[in-house]
Design a protein around this ligand. Sequence first.
Ligand SMILES: Cc1ncc(COP(=O)(O)O)c(C=O)c1O
Length: 387
Amino acid sequence: MKKIYFDNAATTHVDQRVLKAMLPYFSNDFGNASSLHSLGQKAEAAVLKTKDIISDFLNCKAEEVIFTSGGTESNNTVLKSVFSDYQGHLITSAFEHPSVLDTAKFLNKRGVEVTFIKPESNGVVDYQKVLKAIKSNTRLISIMYVNNEIGTIQPIGKIGKELAEINKDREKKILFHTDAVQATYFVPMDIVRLRVDFLSMSGHKIYGPKGIGVLYIKNGIRITPLLHGGHQENGFRAGTYNVPSIVGLGKAISLLTSSEHAKEVVKIKKLRDSLMTKVLKIKGVTLNGDKISRLPNNANFLFKNIEGESLLLKLDMEGVACSTGSACASGSLQASHVLLSIGVKPENAHGSLRLTIGKDNTIRDIDHFVDVLKSIVKQLRSFSPLR
Ligand SMILES: Cc1ncc(COP(=O)(O)O)c(C=O)c1O
């Protein structure tokens, strides 16, 4: 049976070139990047080279890049570090990834005031609502760059620009963080344009390895580390450098600046547009989130009178991998907090399906999927008590 992978927002496979770059650092070049001997120096050189690649990509300085175990750790580090004394006010959105949302709730229980901005019904946060929520004790604004379920792109540059103006008149500057885990592959990542103080990225969403991520921390900001121990990362993050994964992440990021990558994005968008057009022709199917301000690979549909879980399992039996809600939320049958936040009714929110196209998909995948989907929808609706 043909296998079709449409779950690239959950994770991507490791690109062969990334794997090849990583392999020597598991065996011949296995040194600890903090060791003084030549094996250690070779590992350290690989870590520093990756910092250069990432700083070029983000348009920042190499010393502003620290390595973490992924997006979850980067996000936790920012929020828990800014509010290490559990005081002050945090502004975030109601549809963040759980690594921000649950951290915000954790801090809230310990005394931090939190404002959760509800996105508009198209899945885009109104930047003016964010700015209006600022109070005298606001210390951090954390808004995701791209939502992981519906792929909508948030006005980060706009918030950053306005915030810079507001900060001019404030003695205690408000810091700005964005979770750019889903954005990295597709949208511009220039720190100067975004005007953020912190930015999170993750390796496994961009054809790099799992368990490796980046936290950009603007020069001059001192943070309370999440992990204490060795002196790695200037004391910002203790723990032996994960050299093979760091090298893999660097390779994955360097591939994002090639002309081949630009072509991939055009191809992916064409496939996604074709998918959208075909699926939206099925009766009782609507699109979640804005049609324009969204990632070129994301389609998130709502199926009337169908349980998303049943749809997903039937598709899996036909060799198609996709997702209902976010991967992290599946396994529990709670309605997606993202869909609820944009006003989808709880009874309808269970009928959602997220399809995220990858660079290896083809038009044949789309057409085969649409055929399979049509017959499953027909089958499920004929049994549905919701009909
Ligand atoms: C928007 C967003 N933030 C953070 C994360 C967590 O990243 P990681 O899996 O690297 O911990 C994810 C992963 O799904 C995500 O989509």
